[in-house]
Write a new protein. Sequence first.
Lengths: 263, 253
Amino acid sequence: MPKRLLHFLLPAATGVIFILVWYAIRFSMNEEMQFLLPTPGEIIASFRDNGDSLARAALNTTEGALLGFAGAIVISAALALTLSLSSLIRISLYPYLMMLQMIPVIIFAPILILWVGPGLKSVVVITFLICFFPLVVNTTQGLISTDRNSVELFRMYRANRLQEILLLRVPAALPYFFTGLRIAAVLAPIGALVGDYTAGSSAGDGGGLGFQAIIYSSQAKYPALFATAAVTCVLGFVFVGVVVGLSWLALHHWHDSYERTDT
Amino acid sequence: MTPVVKITDVHKIYDSGEVKVHAVRGISLDLYKGEMMALMGASGSGKSTLMNTLGCLDRPTSGTYLLDNIDISTLDRNELADLRNEKLGFVFQGFNLLARTTALENVELPMLYGKRRVRSREMQERAMHCLSIVGLSDRADHFPSQLSGGQQQRVAIARALVNQPQVLLADEPTGNLDSKTSVEVMGVFQKLNDEGITIVMVTHELDIANYCKRNLVMRDGRVVSDTPVANRSIAEVEMKRLNAAEAAAKLIA
C-alpha cells in the first residue's frame, strides 16, 4: 500500500531534513560559539561517556513516573466514582480540585521537601499531582455522560445502583478515561522530571533525569543535556505508546473511534 | 377469554405546578392474546402517555389497568417493576443496545436483574434461543457496531423476548430504519405474533401500521378510531416483491 509507505517515508524525510538544517546551523556558527549546539554525533558520543549516570537517572525517573502515574490512576478512579454519584458532591469538591491543580510545582516542591524530604517520595507526589487532574476530570465526565436511554433501560429492568455503575456507567466511561490517561501519560515523565529537578536528591542512588540535568549543566556538559532530553522523549513515547496500546485493546472492538474492517 | 390488557376509563393528568396537562382523557381498551395493534396519532395526541401507561412506566391518574388480570394500582413500585419485567417486553426506536457488549450479552441483560435469578448457563441458552427466533444466531458474538440497523433492532427484539413476555411494546420500532429494513423488522414482529405474542407498537407511518391487525388512532387524548386492518400487508410477500423489483432494476442497469 503506497499510503502505508508514506506513513513511514514522510516522517523519516522530515527527520533527515531536520538533521541537515541542524548541521547547517552548527557549521555556520563561529567556532567559539559552536559549543552551544552540539551535533547529533556529539550527543551520541555523550551517551557513551555518560551512559552509566544517564541510565541510572532514567531508571530512577521511570520509577518515580510509574509510581506517581499508577497512584493517580487508582485515586482518580475512586474519586471519579465518588464524584459521579451526585452533583452535590461535585459542586462541593470541584473548587478544591481546581485549587490543587493551580498550585505551581515550584511552590509545592519546597513544601513537599519539608514534609516528606527530597528524593523519590517527593517526585512521586509531584508526578501524582500533575497526572491526577486530567484523569479525574475526564473519568468523572465519562461516568456522568452515560446515554440517557441506556440509563432508563437499566432502571426499567430494575437494575440496582451497583449494576448500573458496573455494567453501564464504567464501560461507557472507558473512552473518556483513556483520553485522560493519554494526557496523563504524556505528563507523567515530565512530572517526574520536573519533580526531580525541584525536589530531587542525590542521596541513595543518585537522583533522576531532572537532578542529572542540574549536574550536567553545572559541569557545562551540553551534549549530555541534549542526551537527557532525548532520553526523556523516549520515556514519554514509551508511556504514551503503552497507553495507546491498552486503549486499543480495551476499545477497538466496540468503540466508534476505531475503524473496523470486519463486519 | 379475559383480555391480556384491560384499560378502563384511564385519565392521565400531568401537573407541573402552574400548568395541568390532560394527556389522556378517558380511554378504555381491551387487548386479547394474539392481537397486533398499531397506536397512531400526531405528537401530543397522548399516544406516548398511553404507551407509558401500558408499559407500567407511569400510573394512570384515574381509571384502572388490569395487566393479565392483575390490577396495577394495588402494587408498590418494586412489585410493579417485577410485573413489568415478567409480562412485558420493550423495543425502542433507537435500539438502545449497549455498545461494549455482544449481541448475546445484550439479550441476556434483562435476566440479570429483578427477583428471578437465572443461572448463567440457562441465561445463555435462553438468549441464544431468542437470537435464533429473530434469525441472528450466527451473529451472537458480534458487537452492535458490527451489525446493520435492522440486525440491531432484531437483537433488541430478542432482548425484549428473553423473559418470555405476554405483550411486546414497541415505540416506533422502524423509526430509525430504511424502508426495506423496516419490512424485515415487521416480518419478525409478524412471525412472533403468529406464535401468539401480543404486540402493541407506536408508529407514524401508515404503511407500517398496515402490517398490524388493528389500528388505533388517538387525538387530543382520546381514541378517534379503532379499526381492524382490512387489507393487511404481509412482510414475507412484501419482501419478495422488493427483492424482485431490485433484481429487475439490476437487470435494466
